[in-house]
Write a protein that binds this ligand. Structure first.
Ligand code: TXA
Ligand code: MG
Length: 318
């Protein structure tokens, strides 16, 4: 069992010893270690059972710190950094040698972000190294949005979980890379495509691929609970699963004819930010429910809805 608490000093001393600590961010909880120490990085891959080809995100607290670990900050990257940091945005930038190859899986770019979470920012300011932190879940499973989610799956493997309550965004950061003067979204996430385009103009979206070595988090099947998830029109699918016990993940209204105890409504207020915030908790609750299959519907396809539908699609791909 890990200790769960709000003691930044305790988190700091574990990290300084080379141990791992789970940290809250506005997106999801991260499994953090010293980004300059290959031994700490290796512990992260081991604890998550994460393949070594899947690189990690480096977290810092200021643009000045980012400058220490990247070789170059293209103009569009600087605009995005100034507009959206701290916040749910990760930038892929050419790395300095101080970042171990293990963190970037041998790639020449490093993923960096400044998270917007008061306890974690306080922690990052108090230490003299950045933190590498993937989402704090076993590889391939749903990301954690509470300290208890982390405890449930990784509590045996780490000494401390810094408790920042429920994550306010609830879905991972948007990842943006650069190719010459072009910006490319590698993963949809907590900063919408529209917001990014309002800052730097048209961006490309990395094509969806199950073997995309540039962003392994875009693997076709990812973020998936243990149970079967079927995505699409719930009324249609109910016919196909008439003889099974079904759980329903609905956007903003309950589905008639199914017991409400078997349904989770992501956003009673029809707000996509609310749906994003509730998505991963809902998948975990459904996973524990006594149902055979989870029927989920797509949310409106704009703003954060693109990232939510992306996660639902991957959760349904098995
Ligand atoms: O919101 C988030 O981004 C959370 C919180 C903890 O910050 N972190 C997170 O990390 O989602 P993780 O490891 O679960 O996902 C990071 C993604 C992976 O898909 C990885 O392949 C991609 O970032 N990535 C990391 N470095 C990369 C690089 N140099 N080039 C391309 N993709 C990279
Ligand atoms: Mg992850």
């Amino acid at each position: 069992m890990a200790t769960i608490g709000t003691d930044v000093q305790a988190a700091k001393s574990y990290l300084e010893q080379g141990d791992l600590v789970a940290i809250p961010t506005e997106t999801v909880y991260g499994l953090a270690g010293n980004a300059y120490k290959p031994e700490a990085i290796a512990k992260i891959f081991e604890a998550k059972n994460r393949p070594a080809f899947d690189p990690l995100i480096v977290h810092t607290h200021s643009l000045a710190e980012v400058q220490k670990i990247v070789r170059d900050l293209p103009e569009k990257a600087l605009i995005l950094a100034e507009r959206f940091w701290p916040g749910p945005l990760t930038l892929l930038l050419p790395k300095q040698p101080i970042i171990p190859d293990l963190a970037t899986s041998g790639m020449d770019t490093v993923a960096v972000r400044i998270p917007q979470q008061p306890l974690t920012l306080e922690l990052l300011r108090s230490i003299d190294f950045p933190l590498v932190a993937p989402s704090a879940n076993p590889f391939g499973y749903v990301s954690p949005t509470t300290a208890q989610h982390v405890e449930d799956q990784l509590g045996q493997k780490i000494p401390y979980i810094l408790d920042g309550g429920n994550c306010s965004v609830g879905i991972e950061s948007t990842i943006v890379g650069f190719d010459g003067n072009d910006a490319i979204i590698h993963r949809l996430g907590g900063t919408s495509r529209e917001k990014i385009e309002s800052a730097i103009g048209r961006v490309k979206l990395m094509p969806n691929s199950s073997s995309n070595p540039k962003a392994p988090g875009m693997l076709k099947s990812h973020y998936s609970p243990g149970k079967k998830v079927v995505l699409g029109n719930i009324q249609e699918h109910l016919k196909n699963y008439a003889d099974q016990s079904v759980g329903i993940l609905a956007f903003d209204k309950a589905i008639p004819g199914v017991p409400t105890s078997n349904q989770i409504i992501l956003a009673e207020d029809s707000n996509l930010a609310t749906a994003a915030k509730n998505l991963f908790s809902a998948l975990r609750i459904m996973d524990k429910m006594d149902v055979d299959v989870i029927l989920a519907e797509r949310v409106p396809e704009h703003g954060l809805g693109l990232a939510i539908n992306d996660r639902l699609t991957r959760a349904a791909a098995k």
